[in-house]
Design a protein around this ligand. Structure first.
Ligand code: KIV
Length: 279
């Protein structure tokens, strides 16, 4: 590849081929500027339904709608050129039947240009995943802690401890057998994540799972310190942008109140501007 050649976005089969190689890098994104910042660094970007909590202030992901996903998907798509975009199917848009799932997945992909959809669930979603894949919709699965099911799971607890491990392993096999091209493993014990990674042929993407997974994903607002309502154990903060923003806003407020802002460099004279001054 020449130094100037543009990297093209990977497709689901490229992501699949990365099984067992250099770990896949992924983050969530919800807006164009954030997508632009991560485009060159990520293999795929997820328009996660976490958008409901981190950008819209919802108490969980359950209130996220198709309209919200389409709007944020379109925004993220405008910011990506070299990373693949995956989009979450919101709660209530796929669980009823494979047909319902197809209709909504096709709508999401057509409206946002996403390369694949992600949906939550293991064995119970096997038939739906197979139905979508057979009809041209690449599916990333999501098992372990599935936040859309917090009301039946009883909260954001670690999944797959003790006797539950067999079910999570069965879920992993079910989604791989159904044709998912990758699977997110959320908040499960490290040893179970390693066991699943070794047992199935598709890449595992860990979040609160294991460094041995085939890739990792984090919610971007968590790792940048922009979302501070709570911090899960699996989140590493690589920056503290929320605190930095508050410091900056406090400085602005103080300067406005003390008439230190704006200064001469931020206001306009009555004379015709030179090219430079009119900027
Ligand atoms: O919605 C989301 O951000 C997700 C990730 C946590 C994997 O599903």
């Amino acid at each position: 590849m020449s130094a100037t050649a543009k990297k093209t976005a990977p497709m689901p089969h490229d992501i699949m081929a990365r099984k067992g190689h250099v770990p896949l890098v992924s983050l969530t994104a919800y807006t164009t500027p954030m997508a632009q910042v991560m485009d060159a660094h990520c293999d795929f970007v997820l328009v996660g339904d976490s958008v409901g909590m981190v950008l819209h202030g919802l108490p969980s992901t359950l209130g996220v709608t198709m309209e919200m996903m389409v709007m944020h998907g379109q925004a993220v798509s405008r910011g990506l050129s070299s990373a693949m975009m995956v989009i979450d199917m919101p709660f209530g848009s796929y669980e009823q039947s494979p047909q319902q799932a197809f209709e909504n997945a096709a709508h999401l992909m057509a409206q946002t240009n996403a390369g694949a959809v992600k949906l939550e669930g293991g064995e119970t979603m096997g038939e739906t995943i197979a139905f979508l894949v057979k009809r041209g919709i690449p599916v990333m699965a999501h098992i372990g802690l599935t936040p859309q099911s917090i009301n039946t799971l009883g909260g954001y607890k670690v999944q797959g401890r003790d006797a539950q491990a067999d079910q999570v392993l069965a879920d992993a096999h079910a989604v791989a057998d159904a044709g998912a091209f990758a699977v997110v493993l959320e908040k499960i014990p490290e040893m179970l994540a390693d066991q699943i990674t070794n047992a199935i042929a598709i890449p595992t993407i860990g979040i609160g799972a294991s460094v041995g997974c085939d890739g990792q994903i984090l919610v971007v607002d968590d790792m940048l310190g922009l979302f501070t309502a709570f911090k899960a154990k699996f989140v590493k903060r690589y920056a503290h942008l929320g605190a930095d923003a508050e410091t900056a806003i406090a400085a602005y407020a103080a300067e406005v109140r003390s008439r230190k802002f704006p200064t001469a460099q931020h206001v306009f004279s009555t004379q015709s501007p030179t090219k430079e001054a009119s900027k």
